[in-house]
Structure formats: C-alpha cells, structure tokens
Design a protein around this ligand. Structure first.
Ligand SMILES: *Cc1c(COP(=O)(O)O)cnc(C)c1O
Length: 519
C-alpha cells in the first residue's frame, strides 16, 4: 500500500486539493450567494402561499400515472439548477401529498402543522445540530422542552425524556425500560431479551398496534402482550385485567407492564388511568400510558380532568405532530425514573468518551436514553410552537377539535340516514351511512353496508372535498372522522355530512339500478 501512495508525490496531491477547494456552498457551486438568496426567498414565499391558499386546493388527489412515472431509479449524477429542481417540486410533488395540512383532512390521526413549525424546521436544518450528545445549546433547548412536557404531563421535574420520531418509538422505548427494570439488568450489563421469567404485558384490545410490535421488537414474543376486553365505552375492563394478571401469576409467569391508553386510535377512548395507576401500584407493575393522541389534552382545561391518573404513570408516550401541531416528526417519551431509563440504553465506547470540560462534557447525553446516536433538532420546532402560539392557544385548538366531534355527533344523530357506531369520547367520530329500506332490491345485509360505506369514503377522498378514513367497530365498517388539524371548522363538518349523504344515495341508486352486484 505504501507504494501506491508514493506513486503520487504527496505535495502534488496537496496542490491539486488547493486548486479545487470545492465545497457545496454557492461560491463554488452552480449558483452564487445572491442567486441562492433570491431563489430561497421564492421558495419560502411559495410555501407560505401554499398554506395561506390551502383551501383552494383539493384535500387529496390521486397521483396521475405520468407523475408517478417521473420518479425513477436514475441517480442524478450531474447538477441541476436549484430553481429547476424547485419547479419540479412545485409541479410534481407539492400537489400530491396526503393533504393533512388542509382543513378538510380528517383521516386517521394527522396533525396540520403550522407556518411557525415550518420556519423552525428551516432554522434547525441550517444549524444542522446533532443532538446525540456533547455540550451545546441545542441539547439544553431539548432538555428545556422536555421539562415543559413533564410539567404539562404532571411528571416530576427530574423525569427523563427524549424527542423521538413518534409514539411508536416512544412506546417501544417504554417497553424496553420496563423490561430492563423488571429483569433487574444492570447498566452496561449483558442485557437479555426475554429471560427465563416469561414477562407478560397487558393492554386493552383497543391498544395501538405499535405496542404489540414494541413487545415483539423487545424480544418478548407476540404472546407476551395480553389483550384485555373493553367496556361499552371502549375502555379496558379492569376486572378482566386483574383476573388475567392473577391467572398469569398462578401459571408462574411474570406480569411486568400495564399499558393504558389516553385516547385510543379507533374511537378516542380514555382508559381509567387512575384505576390503572392504583392497580399497578398494588401489583407492583410498570404503568405506561400511550398518550400519543390524548396526552396533550392536559392543555385544555375541559379535558384535563379526564386524564387524571396519567401523572402517576412510570412512563408516558405522546406525539407533538398530532394535537401539538408540530410538523412531522416529533414524539416524546417521558420516564419518571431517569436512572431506570438510562440503564436501559446507555453504553460506553472510547469514541463516545465523556469529559468534565470541553465539547465532550454534559453527561448524561440524549443517546443514553434511547437507541439513536445521531439525532436531529426535533425539539426546536416544538420550542417555537409553544413560545409563539402559547400552550393555552394549543389547548384551545385541542378543545375545539373535541367540540367539532360533538357537533358531528349531533348532526349524525339528527340525520336518519346516518348512524353513530361508537360513543364520542374525544375528537373522533365513527359512524356510517344506513341503506334506505328496499328489501326486494337491496337487502341491507352487513356486508353490503360495509361495501357501501367503504365506497363512500373512497368517493369522498377522490372528490378532494374532505378526507375521512375507515375503521371497524364491533365488526362494522365505520366512516371515521378524527379532528386534529387546527384549521378544521364547522364548514368541514357540513362538507362531510353533505358528501356522505350525496355519495351514499348515489351509490345506492347505482346499485339498485343493477340487479347484479358490480363485482
Ligand atoms: C398515532 C398513535 C400511535 C403511533 O404514533 P406514531 O407517532 O404514528 O408512531 C400510537 N398510539 C396511538 C394511540 C396513536 O394515536
């Protein structure tokens, strides 16, 4: 190898380097700084206009084949002017997003984002901070926001916490911390996944799928999560839970974790968190709350009392990209016992040596509390969002989204062709279109009804007017409207009701005209 280096005299290589002195910054690239500045301002203005005029666009539209086909596997080896790439973005990316910025979006549980969040993302990109560790102010900003989040959740100020991609990751981290605490594994020790103890976790049948996935990723096996039935309000059945724990103990298994949900993804149901806290205290189990959707309800005085007990959890997962209106992605995990949290994730390595002074100071680092080492500055958009709008205004938008859900509930109940399928607990309404009685031509069997409601939802999505999604409640296909976006108002409720009725009767008429089902 030494010969290979000698082939080019060292000084010649240095000369070549000095001549090239290229970076990716404008003075050396295809643009100069003034050109870049002008283009940057255009890009910023375009995105502000996009948000300002969002109502003039369809919520969502299908991607034309020709647009999809533009996305190729050809690596762009040659440079393209920024303005040209931006033009491609404006024409072939921007119009074909999911539409969750639009007030007519009420599918799944998506946040609407804000212009302030967008600007903060730009600043974070400019700083290009790596929040894995070390002693720099972005980490202090993240710690500050985590302290705000602890205060909102009612957790003690010395709780640990971390920004992560979302609640899927936050729930996974909680399962792993709970597992390590149950196994009594030492920090830096050989962490064992399942162990001989046969750990068992509990949640309701309405728990989000990511919790089961987390239990599996944590190496506990898919059988290790017991799904406990729910009551009529879709809350975990406490008697059934206590029984299951007793049964498992008798069988020699080790119950270790109960996951309560603050706002189920299906219907917005809130488990009785205070009762779960009591039970976990009594049974000495880790109490985790999946508050992905609902935890920020603490910001709305009318909702906060319904979350009582959440502040007693050992850990709490929630999203800022849903009700917090921060741009994707931003979730938080809070852990009451910061030592248990750190023990589950900390590792030592020579290249991550901590110091008393200098840039390598400031332990523990965020990388000691989760699986990621390199991490972006997610906290900045939340810092801006809370500072600029104020927590109270966020609480108001949260309360408003629940008021919209109750408004839709009233409209559904007042409309004979519509039927409510689940009690409205929070910001989610599950309902369906009912077929008019026409027993000869169209027996309204449940399969038929499911198909019609599915078709209504697809038709509404394709109309671009409103975007609800679907779920199943007691086996019945439901049209599901989740109000998360702060821009959504009564006009969108009108559009949804009108749209469902119009699509429903059009589909029904089309079906009645044909004696044979379409498919
Ligand atoms: C959205 C959601 C999740 C998953 O969170 P992500 O941020 O999408 O990873 C988990 N639980 C509930 C109740 C949710 O609403």
């Amino acid at each position: 190898m030494a010969e290979a280096h000698d082939a080019l005299p060292l000084h010649a290589e240095d000369d070549l380097l000095a001549e090239r002195k290229r970076s990716l910054d404008p003075e050396n690239g295809p643009e100069d700084w003034e050109q870049l500045r002008a283009q940057a301002h255009r890009m910023l203005d375009d995105m502000l206009d996009y948000t300002r005029t969002i109502r003039s666009r369809p919520v969502w539209q299908p991607i034309p084949d020709a647009v999809r086909a533009r996305r190729t596997s050809l690596v762009p080896h040659e440079p393209t002017a920024l303005a040209e790439v931006h033009d491609e973005f404006l024409r072939f990316v921007l119009p074909y997003t999911a539409g969750n910025v639009h007030p007519g979006f009420m599918g799944w549980v998506h946040g609407g984002g804000t212009p302030v969040g967008m600007l903060a993302e730009m600043l974070a990109g400019g700083l290009n901070a790596n929040l894995g560790g070390r002693d720099h102010i972005p980490i202090e900003v993240e710690r500050e926001v985590i302290r705000w989040m602890s205060a909102i959740a009612g957790f003690p100020s010395e709780s640990s916490g971390l920004f992560v991609t979302g609640s899927s990751m936050a729930n996974l981290i909680a399962v792993i911390v709970a597992r390590e605490a149950a196994l009594g594994n030492p920090a830096h020790g050989c962490r064992i996944a399942a162990g001989a103890k046969q750990l068992v976790a509990y949640a309701s049948t309405e728990v989000h799928g990511c919790v089961g996935k987390g239990v599996e990723i944590a190496g506990l096996g898919s059988e290790a999560l017991r799904l406990i039935p729910v009551d009529r309000r879709q809350r975990i059945d406490l008697d059934a839970l206590a029984e299951a724990i007793g049964r498992d103990r008798q069988a020699g298994l080790t119950p270790f974790l109960v996951v309560g949900t603050a706002g189920t993804v299906n219907t917005g149901a809130i488990d009785d968190l205070a009762a779960l806290a009591d039970l976990c205290q009594h049974e000495k189990l880790w109490f985790h709350v999946d508050g992905a959707l609902g935890a920020l309800g603490k910001l709305a005085p009318e909702l906060a009392p319904r979350l009582a007990g959440m502040e007693r959890a050992d850990s709490l997962a929630f999203d800022l990209h849903k009700w917090g209106q921060a741009p994707y992605d931003a979730g938080v995990i809070l852990v009451r016992d910061s030592v248990a949290h750190r023990h589950a994730f900390t590792l030592s390595a020579d290249y991550l040596q901590r110091a008393q002074r200098g840039l390598a100071a400031g332990p523990p680092w965020p990388c000691d509390f989760g699986p990621d080492l390199s991490r972006g500055f997610r906290a900045l958009k939340v810092w801006f969002t809370f500072k600029v709008y104020g927590a109270d205004a966020l609480g108001e938008t949260i309360a408003q989204s629940c008021q919209l859900a109750r408004m839709l509930e009233r409209r559904v109940n007042a409309t004979p062709q519509l039927e409510l399928l689940a009690p409205v607990e929070l910001n989610i309404v599950c309902f369906r279109y009912r077929v008019r009685e026409n027993p000869e031509k169209s027996p309204a069997d449940s399969e038929n009804l499911d198909a019609i409601n599915e078709e209504i939802v697809v038709a509404l999505q394709e109309s671009g007017a409103v975007v609800p999604s679907t779920t199943r409640i007691d086996g019945k296909l439901a049209i599901r409207a989740a109000f998360v976006n702060h821009r959504t108002g009564p006009a969108e409720i009108d559009a949804l009701i009108d749209g469902v009725l119009a699509c429903g009767s059009a589909i029904e008429e089309a079906r009645n005209r044909k004696p044979v089902p379409r498919d």
